[in-house]
Structures are given as structure tokens and as C-alpha cells.
Design a protein around this ligand. Structure first.
Ligand code: SF4
Ligand code: SF4
Length: 299
């Protein structure tokens, strides 16, 4: 057995079922994701009219979870030089999903990129297809040893940041994924758009279920957007780049729907007047800001 496979079994301890799940998840990444999308479609078709059974889709989709990251928080993760371990109490304040129980980035200077399984599912995906970034040595080693069919390659921090830049210029957001299959821990930063990302597509589908409109497979970053009307020229760029319909220009005014904003920071980066900035949402989830998490929560 390869060393990276043994590590997976050690990670899951007595839960051999989860270790096998973890192994299959990455080795058959594209099939797994395709299956998840088919499952979503089937569940939506079955339960879209029955409010009384909405707990079933809720149970199913609570197992898949991502955290939207601001650009600043992605930078901090990719610049980490030492292992970070944040326990369950800290993690729960950042990401609310049942199975997301720790943030562990072991030897985070090890980075790799591989083809996005969501994009492999499509005939005409957004480019580049190589957009999933593994952070931390255990996952990087596993990908390198098991996932060559997805064109995995080791990358430097500078290359990782350049990949993030390229996607964000195209209007893609960043999400950190926490999976049952990865021991409830974070390991992958993805570059996502609503057209390709199965997590975003599945969420949109799930919201068609009566009584399940609030189900989301991704948690907001923890930031909202402050607008300086004195600087704004009403160019509409912020509304154009928002993937969540959180901004519109209506009757000569910029209207911000804070409840729809996931705090991805795209509008801030794209405002030509520097009229937008992020602020911490009071009483909301904390961002996956490694410095803040360590400072406030002693993780
Ligand atoms: S991108 Fe900036 S200048 Fe343009 S409408 Fe939005 S806030 Fe105003
Ligand atoms: S309003 Fe800005 S920060 Fe909020 S989701 Fe839209 S682009 Fe992202």
C-alpha cells in the first residue's frame, strides 16, 4: 500500500468506511461528482413538491459543504508556512455544516493543482480546467500518487496565486471544501462559477424544493460590502460580476441586497473607483481568516 493511502487510513482511525470513501472520492473524483449531480437531480425531482419531506434533501445536502473565501483570505492560506490546526469549536464558528469539524492544514507549503471534476462533467467548461488546488502535504502526496489521470502537478505558491488571479479575472469565486470524505477537514481550494461548479449548480437545483429554499452547500465568507457613494460612478461593474444577484443598478441607484451577498470580494476587486470594501458581518459566521481565527479563538 502506498504511503499516502496509509495516511488516509490513519486519518480516519476506526472509521474504515470513511477512509474507503475518502480514497474512492479522490481516485474517482469525476465520477463521484457526476453521481452527486445526478443524485441531486433525482432528489429534486422526487421532493420538489412535498414540503413535508424536506428534511430528506436537508439530510443529504448537509454532507457537502464549502466556505466562500475572500481573496485576502485565500492569500493568507496560500502564504502559510507552518501547520495550522483549528479545533471543532473554532471551525463551527467559521463553517456551520455538521460534518465540517476541523481546519487542519498540515505542511501547507505543499501545493498541487488538478483538473476540476465539475468541469470534466461538462462538454464546454470554463477554462482553464485545472482549477482545484490541494493545500497540505497529505493531500498533495495522495493526489500525486493516485490522481495522475486528472493531470495533477505540484505547484509553487506563486503559481497557485497566479491560478487564483486568472480565475478571479474571469469572475470565478474561491471556495474551501470540507467533506465527509476528507475527515470533515479542509483540503481543497476551488475556483468556482455557477455554470461549472456542481456545488453551486446543486444548490440552485435544491432551492426549487418547496420549503428548502434556504439550503446551501456553501457558507458565506463572513464579510459584507461597504459602499462609498461619494466615489461611485454607477458604472454597474459590481452588479455585472456578482454571481449571486446581490447588486443591481436600479433607477440610477446602486442597490445592495446584503442577504444575498456571500462576501466573495469580486465586486471590490472590480470596482474601478475603489468605492467598495469588505467589513466583518456582525453576529454572522467568522471568515476563514487564519490570522483572525488564531487571534480571536486561540486555535
Ligand atoms: S463598480 Fe464601483 S463605481 Fe461601479 S457601480 Fe459599483 S460601486 Fe459604483
Ligand atoms: S456583492 Fe460583491 S462580495 Fe457580495 S457576493 Fe456579490 S460580488 Fe461577492
Amino acid at each position: 500500500m502506498k504511503e499516502s493511502t496509509k495516511r488516509i487510513f490513519r486519518l480516519h482511525g476506526w472509521r474504515v468506511d470513511r477512509a474507503v470513501h475518502n480514497y474512492l472520492y479522490f481516485v474517482f473524483y469525476d465520477l463521484y461528482v457526476k453521481g452527486a449531480l445526478y443524485l441531486t437531480k433525482a432528489v429534486v425531482a422526487l421532493f420538489s413538491r412535498l414540503e413535508a419531506t424536506r428534511y430528506i434533501p436537508r439530510f443529504i445536502f448537509d454532507r457537502y459543504h464549502a466556505k466562500v473565501l475572500s481573496r485576502g483570505d485565500v492569500n493568507k492560506i496560500l502564504n502559510l508556512e507552518e501547520t495550522v490546526m483549528l479545533g471543532t469549536d473554532t471551525t463551527r464558528r467559521i463553517i456551520p455544516f455538521k460534518y465540517a469539524n476541523k481546519i487542519v492544514l498540515r505542511e501547507p507549503t505543499h501545493l498541487a493543482v488538478m483538473d476540476c471534476p465539475c468541469k470534466l462533467e461538462l462538454d464546454d467548461p470554463c477554462q482553464p480546467v485545472a482549477s482545484c488546488i490541494a493545500v497540505g502535504r497529505p493531500l498533495v502526496d495522495f493526489w500525486l500518487e493516485h490522481c495522475q489521470k486528472y493531470h495533477v502537478r505540484r505547484i509553487t505558491k506563486e503559481e497557485a496565486l497566479a491560478i487564483i488571479d486568472e480565475h478571479r479575472r474571469k469572475g470565478h469565486i474561491n471556495q474551501a471544501f470540507f467533506k465527509v470524505a476528507t475527515g470533515g477537514s479542509m483540503g481543497v481550494i476551488c475556483n468556482c462559477c455557477p455554470r461549472c461548479c456542481v456545488s453551486m449548480r446543486a444548490t440552485a437545483l435544491t432551492r426549487r424544493i418547496k420549503g428548502a429554499e434556504d439550503i446551501s452547500q456553501y457558507a458565506p465568507s463572513g464579510y459584507k460590502v461597504r459602499h462609498d457613494a461619494g466615489k461611485c460612478r454607477l458604472c454597474g461593474k459590481c452588479a455585472e460580476v456578482c454571481n449571486f444577484g446581490a447588486v443591481e443598478i436600479r433607477d440610477g441607484e446602486r442597490v445592495y441586497h446584503a442577504e444575498s451577498c456571500y462576501g466573495c470580494e469580486l465586486c471590490v476587486e472590480n470596482c474601478p473607483q475603489g468605492a467598495l470594501s469588505l467589513y466583518l458581518e456582525e453576529g454572522g459566521l467568522l471568515p476563514l481568516d487564519i490570522d483572525l481565527a488564531r487571534e480571536l479563538l486561540g486555535g
